[in-house]
Design a protein around this ligand. Structure first.
Ligand code: VG1
Ligand code: CO
Length: 558
C-alpha cells in the first residue's frame, strides 16, 4: 500500500480541554484540521500507532462518519494493526471505555463533543482514551498538543471508503477492521453489575411505578431500548427521543432542568414516578420523577449509601469514594459513615482513573450530571439510571406503599443532612472579562484583609474563612494539577467556587458553584434556589461578577 505524505500547516489551538478537543464543525472541516489532530494522537503513542489495536466510536454526531475514514487512512499509514469500530460509528462513551478494556486494546478515539449541540453549524470533538479505558491523562494530552504545534506533515493510505454500517470483519488497506454491535457488550456488562431479576420483578409487579427515559436524540437511545424494553420488558412508551440524530434534533443534548425540559414536562404532565435522561455521548444522566429532582451531587451519595443493594458492590465491596472539587460534599459524609477512603479531584473524569486502577476508588461523581464507578473508566449515564432503578426496587421490597425518589432523598437527608447546591453558568462571555474576573479573585485571595471580611444579604451574614486556588496532587503517580478553581469558604461551612470551563468551543464560560450545608430538618424541603439565595447574592457582590462579565443573569442554572 502506498503511503502518501501530505504537507500541512500546524495549528496553535488544538489543546485538548477537560475532555478532548472540541470546536465548531466548521473548524474541523478546515483544511488539514481533523487530519493533524488524528496524526498527533497516533504520534503521541509509543511507536506512533504501529501494531496497535484501537477502538473507534462516538455519539454519531455530524462529521463523525467522515472522521472515521480519516482515522482509517492515517491509521493505515501509521501501521495500526486493528480498529474495532462501533456500527455506524456509534459507541456511547462508557460503552467505548468498556470495549477498550474488555478486548484489551491500546486505547480508543471517541468522536464526540458530549453535551454540546451537533450539526454542521454546531460542535464536533475528538477525544483520546488510553488502554485503561479512561480519558488520556494530562501528560498524554499535553504531548498531543505539543505535537500539533509543530506538525509539518501527516501520512495517509488511501484505500477508499469502508462501509461502516455493516457488522463484520473487514480490511482497510492493510488494517483489520471489526465493525461491532454498539450495544451488546454494554448490556452484558450491565447484567453482570445490577440485580436485573429484582428490577424486573419490581417493575412488572408495580404498574403504578411509571418510567420515562429520554435520550435527547443522543447515543443512548439504542442502549435504553435494549435495557428498558428488551431486557426489562417495559413498553415502548417509556422511550422518548431515542433515535440518535447527527444534530440531536437541533437540541442541546445535556440532561439538566433547562435542556431536558421535554422530559421534565412529560414527567410532570403524566405524573411519571421515575424519569431519566442522558447526554449526547451517554456519560451524563439526570434522575427526575414527578416533583422529584435529584441533584447529581446527591445522586452519587445515595448510590454509594445504597451500594449494598447492587450485586457488583455487594460482592466486590466498595473501595473508596470520590467527587470532583466543585461537587457538593454529600458523598464525603457517606464515605465517612462507611469508613471508606475519600478523594477530592479536579473537574474532569480523567482524574478518577488512576485511583480506580490502583483499587482505591469504586464510586464517584461530578456535579455536572456525571456519576459512575470502576466498572469502566468514564462516567456512565445509563449505569446511574439503572443504579437508581436497582435501589428503588430494593427499597420497595416488602413495602405496601410505593417508595419514591423523594422518599429515598428524605431518608438520606435525615441521616446525613442536606447539601444545598447550585451551579450558575455564564456561557460564551468574552475571554478578557473572564480573565479579569479570575485576576480579581487572585488579588482578593492575596489581600490580607479578605479573610475575616463579612458580607450580608437578606438578613444572613457570611464571614470569609478561607480562600484556596485548588491544586491536586495525584496520590498514585504524584502528578500535580494547578489552577483547578478558586474556592471561597465561609465560617458556616458554605462555599462558592469559580472556574473557567474547559469544554466550551467558543469564547469563555465561567462557572460559579454554590454550596450550603444544613442539618435543620425544617429546611430540607426548601428549593435549592431559595436555600442558596443569600449566599449567591454575597458571592456576586464579592466578585463583582456581573460587572466583569457584562451579564446580569447566568445562561443556565443547574
Ligand atoms: C464539564 C463539566 C465536567 C465534565 C466535563 C465533561 O467540564 O463541568 O464536570 O467532566 O464537562 O463532561 P468544564 O471544564 O466545561 O466545566 V462531558 O459529558 O461533556 O464529556
Ligand atoms: Co458527555
Amino acid at each position: 500500500y502506498q503511503v502518501q505524505i501530505i504537507a500541512t500547516t500546524a495549528f496553535t489551538d488544538q489543546k485538548p480541554g477537560t475532555s478532548g478537543l472540541r470546536k465548531r464543525v466548521k473548524i474541523f472541516q478546515g483544511q488539514h484540521y481533523t487530519e493533524n489532530f488524528v496524526q498527533a494522537i497516533l504520534d503521541a503513542m509509543p511507536d506512533g500507532g504501529k501494531g496497535k489495536t484501537l477502538v473507534i466510536g462516538g455519539d454519531g454526531r455530524y462529521w463523525a462518519r467522515e472522521t472515521v475514514q480519516t482515522i482509517f487512512q492515517i491509521g493505515a499509514a501509521a501501521g495500526v494493526k486493528k480498529f474495532i469500530v462501533g456500527q455506524d460509528s456509534i459507541l456511547s462513551t462508557p460503552a467505548a471505555s468498556n470495549i477498550i478494556r474488555k478486548y484489551k486494546t491500546d486505547g480508543g478515539i471517541l468522536l464526540t463533543a458530549s453535551h454540546n449541540p451537533g450539526g454542521p453549524n454546531a460542535d464536533f470533538g475528538i477525544k483520546f482514551n488510553t488502554a485503561n479505558g479512561g480519558p488520556a491523562p494530562e501528560a498524554v494530552t499535553n504531548k498531543i498538543f505539543e505535537i500539533t504545534k509543530t506538525l509539518k506533515s501527516y501520512k495517509v493510505v488511501d484505500a477508499g471508503t469502508l462501509d461502516i454500517t455493516k457488522i463484520g470483519s473487514f480490511k482497510y488497506g492493510p488494517v483489520e477492521v471489526d465493525i461491532i454491535d454498539s450495544v451488546k457488550d454494554y448490556v452484558e456488562l450491565m447484567e453482570g453489575i445490577f440485580d436485573f431479576p429484582l428490577i424486573s420483578k419490581f417493575v412488572s409487579s408495580t404498574p403504578e411505578f411509571t418510567v420515562l427515559f429520554d435520550a435527547l436524540h443522543g447515543v443512548t437511545g439504542p442502549y435504553g431500548r435494549a435495557i428498558f424494553v428488551d431486557t426489562l420488558k417495559l413498553s415502548e412508551n417509556v422511550l422518548q427521543n431515542c433515535v440518535p440524530l447527527p444534530d440531536f434534533g437541533g437540541g442541546h443534548p445535556d440532561p439538566n432542568l433547562t435542556y431536558a425540559h421535554n422530559l421534565v414536562a412529560a414527567v410532570e404532565k403524566n405524573k411519571i414516578v421515575f424519569g431519566a435522561a442522558s447526554d449526547g455521548d451517554g456519560d451524563r444522566n439526570m434522575i427526575y420523577g414527578a416533583g422529584a429532582f435529584v441533584t447529581p451531587s446527591d445522586s452519587v451519595a445515595v448510590i454509594a449509601d445504597w451500594a449494598d443493594s447492587i450485586p457488583y458492590f455487594k460482592k466486590g465491596g466498595v473501595h473508596g469514594v470520590a467527587r470532583s472539587m466543585p461537587t457538593s460534599k454529600a458523598i464525603d459524609a457517606v464515605g465517612k459513615a462507611h469508613g471508606w477512603e475519600f478523594f477530592e479531584v479536579p473537574t474532569g473524569w480523567k482524574f478518577f482513573g488512576n485511583l480506580m486502577d490502583a483499587g482505591r476508588l469504586s464510586i464517584c461523581g461530578e456535579e455536572s450530571f456525571g456519576t459512575g464507578s470502576d466498572h469502566v473508566r468514564e462516567k456512565d449515564g445509563v449505569w446511574a439510571i439503572v443504579a437508581w432503578l436497582n435501589i428503588l426496587a430494593a427499597a420497595n421490597e416488602g413495602q405496601k406503599k410505593l417508595v419514591t425518589i423523594n422518599d429515598i432523598l428524605a431518608a438520606h437527608y435525615k441521616k446525613y443532612g442536606r447539601n444545598f447546591f447550585s451551579r450558575y453558568d455564564y456561557e460564551e462571555v468574552s475571554s478578557e472579562g473572564a480573565n479579569a474576573l479570575i485576576a480579581n479573585l487572585d488579588s482578593l485571595f492575596a489581600s490580607s484583609d479578605f479573610k475575616g471580611s463579612k458580607y450580608t444579604s437578606t438578613g444572613q451574614t457570611f464571614e470569609v474563612s478561607d480562600t484556596v486556588n485548588f491544586t491536586y496532587t495525584d496520590p498514585v503517580d504524584a502528578s500535580v494539577s494547578k489552577n483547578q478553581g478558586h474556592i471561597i469558604s465561609f465560617s458556616d461551612g458554605s462555599r462558592v467556587v469559580f472556574r473557567l470551563s474547559g469544554t466550551g468551543s467558543h469564547g469563555a464560560t465561567v462557572r460559579m458553584y454554590i454550596e450550603k450545608y444544613s442539618k435543620n430538618e425544617a429546611e430540607y424541603g426548601n428549593s435549592a434556589a431559595d436555600g442558596l439565595k443569600p449566599l449567591i447574592d454575597v458571592a456576586l457582590e464579592i466578585t463583582q461578577l456581573q460587572k466583569f462579565l457584562g451579564r446580569d443573569e447566568p445562561t443556565v442554572i443547574t
